[in-house]
Design a protein around this ligand. Structure first.
Ligand SMILES: [Zn+2]
Length: 143
């Protein structure tokens, strides 16, 4: 079982304090760090390795769920840009990283790629209280 599936076992039992919203095909969750304020993930419910392994209906509905999540994040975080990342190099289970980017940090050339500072992400572990505030704001936008 992959590490994302292990996490989703708890999510499916209702034990995930970082769950924002359950879509039909995916879970929208707060990311495990907040190096970028408002960093979230959309995680596909099933352990599928590649987007191209999904049929076109599932590809489309997953994409619409990513867009619903991103729109809610835009309303709450008011980013200068949204960055999307789906790599699967570390855990081959379909998931999207949603990074709200603010103008001041984008002006710094070295920070244009959100992964540039990935070695520092663990220093900004998500705080449960802050996550819960963000979750309630995002849920209002998803209603
Ligand atoms: Zn998995």
């Amino acid at each position: 079982m992959c590490s994302i599936c292990e996490r989703l076992e708890e999510t499916k039992k209702g034990n995930d304090p970082f769950l924002i919203h359950e879509f039909e095909n995916s879970y929208f969750v707060i990311g495990d760090h907040q190096f970028f304020k408002g960093y979230c993930q959309v995680i596909y419910k099933e352990c599928v390795k590649d987007l191209t392994s999904l049929d076109s209906n599932n590809q489309s509905s997953l994409f619409l769920e990513v867009m619903r999540a991103a729109s809610a994040l835009e309303k709450v975080m008011k980013p200068h840009r949204m960055n999307y990342s789906s790599l699967g190099n570390v855990v081959p289970h379909i998931h999207f990283h949603l990074f709200p980017r603010q103008k001041d940090e984008l002006d710094s050339v070295s920070q244009k790629d959100p992964w540039f500072h990935s070695s520092d992400f663990s220093k900004f572990k998500t705080n449960l209280n802050e996550a819960q505030k963000l979750i309630s704001l995002l849920r209002k936008e998803l209603q």
